[in-house]
Design a protein around this ligand. Structure first.
Ligand SMILES: Cc1cc2nc3c(=O)[nH]c(=O)nc-3n(C[C@H](O)[C@H](O)[C@H](O)COP(=O)(O)OP(=O)(O)OC[C@H]3O[C@@H](n4cnc5c(N)ncnc54)[C@H](O)[C@@H]3O)c2cc1C
Length: 305
């Protein structure tokens, strides 16, 4: 395991924390301590961290906004690397050959912020992302999507770092984006930044659309509780929430974790829920839905530790 002092030397003492509770860094508000939690927004520092962890056989994990994660109550044995510091956004003045405007954004930028900035510039195409509580890095990795839009529709290219600390660029095509999938995880890459292309639109209309979508979210989703969004992937030909509701599992509860009363596709933490509680709910739901409908519900949420 890498030494604390080595991490401090690479990332700066103020950016390295020991025994950091992951419940403070995940929207589920669940998860025990990570041995080390390091924040960076610098490519050279990130390369140094990756190489040092690999040299010492220390596990490490790249964290965005923790909005798609369920971390074990025992926490994480290794180094959690938060990329929230990669937070720059800019827009290219000159249009692309097909008349669009490029937005260049760091992996740590929140989707809500990027969507608002694009809207402010009168650019349309990113309205769908405004209410997704993740970072651009997490969204590219997961090919996040909502309300008929997805990252795949607007991404042009991405700058990535590999496990040797080498940086290269991938085109949208090379990312092989499909439903909640990209090559980022298979190829053990880290997203540093990405370019997106948007068409011109009308700021008023774009902002109105975003307000509408956010109102729909507030109405339909249990945003008042901790969660990691839709717990399960959408099974081909079905909706996870509908299957769970039809199986009579709305409100099914273990400890402080339950199937949301508002939206059965969400497993929510209504108090001091634990990963153990969450897994009991998840496994019960998977078993009951399979027994009643023969459909396997696959986790969309990433489990860690
Ligand atoms: C209330 C709520 C609503 C949601 N609604 C939606 C929705 O409508 N649509 C949707 O698609 N999702 C939704 N989600 C899920 C989640 O917000 C998305 O999956 C989001 O893209 C995750 O981004 P993140 O930065 O939080 O990633 P994290 O949860 O931090 O990480 C997710 C995965 O991505 C990896 N990762 C993160 N950053 C990088 C990087 N820079 N390089 C390489 N790998 C990286 C992590 O290692 C991890 O494996 C919702 C979640 C919540 C809580």
């Amino acid at each position: 395991m890498i030494q604390y002092e080595k991490l401090q030397e690479i990332a700066g003492a103020e950016h390295v924390h020991r025994d950091e509770p992951m419940s403070s860094h995940t929207t589920f508000r669940i998860g025990g301590p990570a041995d080390y939690y390091v924040e960076t927004g610098d490519e050279q520092t990130l390369a140094g961290l990756v190489c040092a962890c690999r040299r010492t056989d220390t596990p490490f994990f790249i964290l965005g906004n923790g909005s798609n994660l369920l971390v074990a109550d025992e926490g994480y044995r290794g180094v959690m690397i938060s990329l929230r510091g990669f937070d720059e956004i800019s827009f290219v003045e000159e249009k692309t050959s097909d008349g669009k405007t490029l937005m260049k954004a760091g992996s740590g930028v929140l989707l809500s912020k990027a969507a608002m900035q694009a809207a402010g510039k009168g650019l349309t195409g990113f309205e769908f992302a405004g209410g997704i509580p993740g970072t651009l890095g997490g969204a590219v990795t997961m090919n996040a999507g909502a309300y008929g839009g997805e990252i795949k529709d607007v991404i042009v290219s991405v700058r990535v770092m590999d496990m040797e600390g080498q940086i290269r660029e991938l085109s949208a095509q090379e990312l092989d984006l499909s439903y909640r999938h990209s090559v980022i995880q298979e190829q053990e890459l880290i997203v540093l930044s990405a370019d997106f292309a948007f068409k011109d639109g009308d700021t008023e209309q774009i902002q109105e659309k975003m307000r509408e979508l956010n109102a729909q979210r507030r109405e339909k989703q249990p945003l008042e509780y901790g969660s990691a969004g839709s717990t399960f992937k959408r099974p081909e030909g079905y909706f996870a929430g509908k299957l769970i509701q039809d199986a009579g599992l709305k409100g099914y509860r273990c400890g402080d974790v339950m199937v949301s009363e508002k939206h059965s596709g969400f497993v929510v933490n209504v108090g001091k829920g634990t990963c153990h509680d969450a897994m009991q709910v998840i496994e019960h739901v998977q078993k009951a839905v399979y027994e009643q409908f023969g459909v396997e519900l696959e986790l969309e949420v990433k489990r860690l530790g």
